[in-house]
Design a protein. Structure first.
Length: 309
């Protein structure tokens, strides 16, 4: 199996379940606080590794108690952490509220993630990898530099533009795969995205900015693949939702694993990888927490065979 490099964030997720989200100025009680390994970069690294991919993580953690928690989680999932540096600032944290419908609300404190630099990226031997995974919880100039280096070295680039923010065209054009959710797609294009038809319109507008494939994750409505050859809606699987945190990361890890396993970028193969990724994303919503919820390859295979696919 070829190698994946993730350049991104590591967060300690401080999670409380509540019956509902508090209103501004209101105080409500929740369940016991849980401290869990998270961060979009680290989640995607673990998600791909649990599928069987060889994964290296590049990022930064602080010299506090959260750093070892995050490194241990990566290492126990066989992710190589030799490119994760210790930084003088605090480890990144995410304050997460999960309501009784499994929906979440997240506040990030970047900490060491905000110091991941282009110089960190220059330590990487890109020829060791086939695919680069990027998200937006580290500085954008670093994300752009990593994408440029990867592109020059012949790697595929997968960009998950999350959390939502405006991006330079230069970065978007370097993506072989850009995978936004509805909110991120809407922000990137300035178009409303409220259903499959409007997602298709916005995805086509994004495709004009140069990425090879736009894959929009639509939650319970599945995913949409748009490239120069096809526009395909891939429906997902109905499950009992416990917590949606990291469902997008599970999707990306599953997609990255599958597209490398298939060894082809033909549209029908990309669609097959999207279908597999939908299963990984759906499975992640059935469990609580970010990294604890990410499915293994066996979980995904069993789920798909039970669903007759
Ligand atoms: O995608 C889920 C992740 O977003 C959480 O683990 C949290 O750390 C935030 O970064």
């Amino acid at each position: 199996m070829p190698n994946i490099l993730v350049v991104g964030s590591l967060n300690a997720d401080l999670v409380v379940r509540t019956p509902r989200f508090p209103k501004p100025g209101e105080t409500i009680s929740g369940e016991d606080l849980q401290t869990l390994p998270g961060g979009k970069g680290a989640n995607q690294a673990v998600a791909a590794a649990r599928q069987g991919a060889n994964v290296s993580m590049l990022g930064r953690v602080g010299k506090d108690n959260f750093g070892p928690l995050l490194l241990n989680s990566l290492q126990s999932n066989h992710v190589d952490t030799s490119l994760v540096r210790e930084d003088d600032s605090a480890t990144g944290t995410a304050i997460i509220i999960v309501d009784s419908n499994g929906q979440n609300s997240i506040v990030l404190s970047a900490g060491a993630n905000g110091r991941v630099s282009a110089a960190d990226v220059d330590h990487v031997s890109f020829s060791d990898y086939s695919l680069l995974l990027l998200q937006l919880e580290i500085p954008i100039p670093t994300v752009l530099h990593a994408a440029q280096r990867a592109h020059e070295s012949g790697l595929r680039v997968l960009l998950n533009p999350a959390p939502a923010q405006a991006l330079p065209d230069e970065l978007i054009a370097l993506a072989d795969f850009i995978i936004p959710n509805e909110t991120e797609l809407s922000l990137l294009t300035g178009q409303p995205v409220k259903d499959i038809a409007s997602a298709e319109q916005a995805a086509m507008a994004l495709l004009k900015r140069g990425p090879k494939n736009v894959i929009v994750t639509l939650g319970g409505n599945g995913s949409l693949l748009v490239n120069k050859e096809v526009t395909t809606h891939v429906s997902t699987y109905k499950v009992k939702v416990v917590d949606t945190t990291a469902a997008g990361d599970a999707f990306i890890g599953g997609f990255a694993f599958k597209i490398l396993e298939l060894e082809s970028l033909l549209s029908e193969k990309v669609e097959e990888a999207v279908r597999y990724a939908n299963a990984c994303g759906a499975l992640a919503t059935t469990k609580f927490g970010a990294q604890p919820s990410l499915p293994t390859h066996e979980d995904a295979k069993e789920f798909l065979s039970l669903r007759g696919t």
